[in-house]
Design a protein around this ligand. Structure first.
Ligand SMILES: [Zn+2]
Ligand SMILES: [Zn+2]
Length: 241
């Protein structure tokens, strides 16, 4: 049987969202937690550990995570990471951007760097296990199924990821039940969101000017979150710059 090491954070997040549906997709919330944790860890002590520094020198970071690190404070740590990353890059490129024919070592190195990010790799590895743990919890625990049914929605990316994971991890019969439970949530939300967006648009018509907004005021933001997820947010601690 597969180990479910993320049972606690998963349950905590699902509990929180069952209480407060405005948080949105539970998997986005879990992802953000892991992402913030990784961002803070690398800017904390981790960047001083030689094996980790070696990895960040090779993998670098994507633009999103450079921005997140920048936003989260810890400018000196980020400066030191960049100093040795740039130094490694200089060696890899043999001190020269010139003469870079297709297939050269330099070209290969830059292509690799375009597709790698130390934080993305760490977050994705943990998140993959969280997805597995989520579908296994659903399979094993009645209590978790009840929590699951109280989720407002799963963003499209995570809906797809859950289906793929469940298909791989669950026996056929259980998968069919999971699929049904998940689809019921998605169909309900899509109908509600569609209605809210329509009402939002109607409110611009003078004939509806004096009607209430109902749930439509934030329908645009909620559509973004449903369609494209809600990741990469940094929560600044007071006093940080
Ligand atoms: Zn999501
Ligand atoms: Zn990244």
């Amino acid at each position: 049987m597969k180990e479910k090491i993320y049972t606690i954070p998963i349950n905590e997040t699902f509990d929180k969202i069952a209480e407060d549906n405005s948080i949105g997709c539970p998997l986005c919330a879990l992802y953000r937690e892991v992402e913030i944790n990784e961002t803070e860890t690398i800017l904390g002590g981790a960047m001083m550990v030689p094996e980790i520094r070696q990895k960040t020198n090779v993998e670098g970071f994507c633009r999103t995570h450079y921005d997140m690190m920048f936003e989260s404070g810890g400018k000196l740590a980020l400066g030191l990471i960049l100093e040795s990353h740039l130094d490694t890059l200089k060696d890899d490129l043999k001190n020269s951007f010139s003469l870079m024919p297709a297939g050269s070592k330099q070209e290969k190195r830059i292509s690799e760097l375009q597709h790698s990010c130390y934080i993305c790799s760490r977050v994705n590895a943990t998140f993959e296990k969280m997805l597995e743990n989520t579908v296994l919890l659903w399979q094993d625990e009645k209590e978790f199924r009840e929590k699951f049914s109280k989720m407002p929605y799963f963003c499209l990316d995570h809906y797809k990821a859950l289906i793929e994971t469940a298909k791989r991890e669950l026996p056929k019969k259980v998968f069919a039940d999971f699929y049904e439970a998940l689809s019921a949530i998605e169909n309900g939300y899509l109908a509600k969101l569609g209605g809210d967006i329509s009402w939002f648009c109607k409110k611009f018509d003078y004939r509806y000017e004096n009607e209430p907004w109902y749930d439509s005021k934030d329908a645009i933001e909620r559509s973004f979150k449903f369609l494209s997820g809600d990741l990469h947010k940094i929560t600044k601690k007071p006093g940080q710059n």
